[in-house]
Write a protein that binds this ligand. Sequence first.
Ligand SMILES: Cc1cc2nc3c(=O)[nH]c(=O)nc-3n(C[C@H](O)[C@H](O)[C@H](O)COP(=O)(O)OP(=O)(O)OC[C@H]3O[C@@H](n4cnc5c(N)ncnc54)[C@H](O)[C@@H]3O)c2cc1C
Length: 302
Amino acid sequence: MKASIPPTCRVIRNEPMSRHTSWRAGGCAAFYALPQTLEALQSLLHRIDKTEKIEWLGLGSNTLVRDGGFNGWIIATQHVMNDIHWLDNNRVYVGAGVADAKLARMCQQKGLTGAEFFAGIPGLIGGALAMNAGAWGSDTWSHVINVETMNRQGEIRQRQRDEFAVSYRHVGNRQGEWFIGATMQFDDNKNTVACDSNEVINIRQLLAQRADSQPTGMASCGSVFRNPDADYAARLIESCGLKGKRSGGAVVSEKHANFIINDHHASAGDIESLIETIQQTVQQQTGISLQTEVRIIGEQAK
Ligand SMILES: Cc1cc2nc3c(=O)[nH]c(=O)nc-3n(C[C@H](O)[C@H](O)[C@H](O)COP(=O)(O)OP(=O)(O)OC[C@H]3O[C@@H](n4cnc5c(N)ncnc54)[C@H](O)[C@@H]3O)c2cc1C
């Protein structure tokens, strides 16, 4: 740290990341920062020494911090970059700190369609941009026109969609920058007036389908593994007899085999060991190498 932190940015030392990740497991961040304004975020970045590690965090619904903790700065983004501006041609500027579900709801109220898939994803737009989050055949970057980014010096840039290498649950060529917002475009649902009840039912139906097929409401990070080409990770894991497989407090969900549930005070080590067991078993039995979708950071416990 070069100088004192800005007053509009709270910083907590040795903060357990189990409090801020949906798996409710894992070690501490050496520094957990909560900037309240964009200026505070810029100022914070400017003041953190170049040798120190930084990770931005949305709602932690796709992040696991190992039990040895993260020896650097975790910057929470949920109290900043919360703006939504409606533009012409069915476009909307949405800040990285806006919840995915809020964007889905607000698009529905505006009579726009195409954002419904966001309703069931329990993260922020920044996390959705970083992961190219998607569901029900749609994904985040299918709707992105351009993004605003911030670099380590706190400088803001506008970048076009084609500057990034976007693929299934992956966004490459990010040049060490973070997302602060995006201009996205959805469709005009000509048959839908604002708050049309059919549209409301549509989102409700999608959420109900999710609740039927996934262990919602339990500590997880959603799908742990990316689907391999032309197959489903859940199908492969189930076919290897791994449903119900346990490592300490972590267990493969009986409801959806691509979910690992923390049902009994799991450590990050329990979860990571179960991930490895699944990968080894699926590789041995099917020859397919499953790759994680979840982001794992930090150090192993000593
Ligand atoms: C019950 C459940 C269901 C889920 N269903 C789905 C689903 O249907 N589809 C799907 O795609 N995912 C799903 N997920 C996974 C997860 O919700 C998504 O990946 C989501 O987009 C992550 O958002 P987040 O804000 O929680 O990201 P975090 O976990 O906080 O961060 C994820 C990654 O993004 C980075 N990041 C966060 N914010 C920024 C930013 N502003 N700029 C740059 N990098 C950033 C982080 O450093 C990290 O590497 C599910 C998770 C759960 C728990």
